[in-house]
Write a protein that binds this ligand. Structure first.
Ligand SMILES: Nc1ncnc2c1ncn2[C@@H]1O[C@H](COP(=O)(O)OP(=O)(O)OP(=O)(O)O)[C@@H](O)[C@H]1O
Ligand SMILES: [Mg+2]
Length: 232
């Protein structure tokens, strides 16, 4: 098992009030699989993804990625682990505004241990022609392509996506989903993606439905649907 989450619990304390966000989540993914986390707003999806990505800490439970128990790592080791092994894609791209497309990719490849070639990655996401542009000179879909390039240039073991199409229209969303499916196929990246959109689950090998911090249902798709055939 490549990704394993066992009995994961997390609460936030604000003043006297304790909010329990994750109540014993279990999930797993094999290497090279696409997993989708579905659930309503506030159900704990981002919290779960951020703990798997080592951005946040759990209260108890286990997350292991490729046989490393990341919930046991100290802060320094966790930061190293994240830098070397994980790629993140967010809803609002988070590109560095005063760097060009090419430079946004290079800041990551320069600090990576075994990066892919930045130009090849920009080619793969269809953005090589706009390498010298700044993020503000790009559409939302183009900015998301660049943020995907930035996430994959380090050749991550695990690609974590938090609503990657949440800010995009239907046809641009589908282009981004096609791209993620292509990356999964061409680079063998394991992908875990959060979405509100039930239709997207058709492209996943495994689907986890989250409600109020618990996995309500987990499904395995025997066959997955190509992104270009998904409609909503
Ligand atoms: N730092 C924090 N301190 C206190 N409460 C928090 C914190 N972060 C998240 N929460 C609470 O935890 C719950 C789950 O938040 P989370 O961001 O994981 O939801 P989500 O499923 O990603 O929602 P959305 O679909 O709106 O992004 C929410 O009720 C939220 O208010
Ligand atoms: Mg969220």
């Amino acid at each position: 098992m490549f990704l394993k989450v066992e009995n994961l619990k997390k609460s936030y304390k604000t003043g006297e009030i304790i909010t329990t966000v994750l109540k014993g989540v279990e999930m797993d993914l094999d290497k090279g699989e696409i997993g989708v986390i579905l659930g309503p707003s506030g159900s704990g999806k981002s919290t779960l993804l951020n703990i798997i990505g080592g951005i946040d800490r759990c209260d108890s439970g286990i997350v292991s990625v490729d046989n490393i128990e990341i919930t046991k790592l100290n802060d320094t080791k966790l930061t190293d682990y994240r830098r070397e092994n994980l790629g993140f894609i967010f809803q609002f791209y988070n590109l560095i505004p005063n760097l060009t497309v090419g430079e946004n990719i290079e800041v990551v490849s320069n600090i990576s241990i075994s990066p892919l070639n930045p130009d090849e990655v920009l080619e793969a996401v269809g953005m090589i022609d706009k390498k010298h542009r700044f993020p503000r000179e790009l559409s939302g879909g183009e900015q998301q392509r660049v943020s995907i390039a930035r996430a994959i240039v380090k050749n991550p073991k695990l690609l974590l996506c938090d609503e990657p199409t949440g800010a995009l229209d239907f046809s641009t969303s589908r282009e981004i989903l096609k791209l993620l499916q292509k990356i999964n196929k061409d680079f063998g990246s394991t992908i875990l993606m959060i979405t509100h959109n039930t239709a997207i689950s058709a492209m996943a090998n495994k689907v986890y439905k989250v409600r109020s911090g618990e996995i309500l249902e987990s499904l395995v798709n025997k066959t997955t649907t190509p992104a270009e055939r998904i409609e909503w």
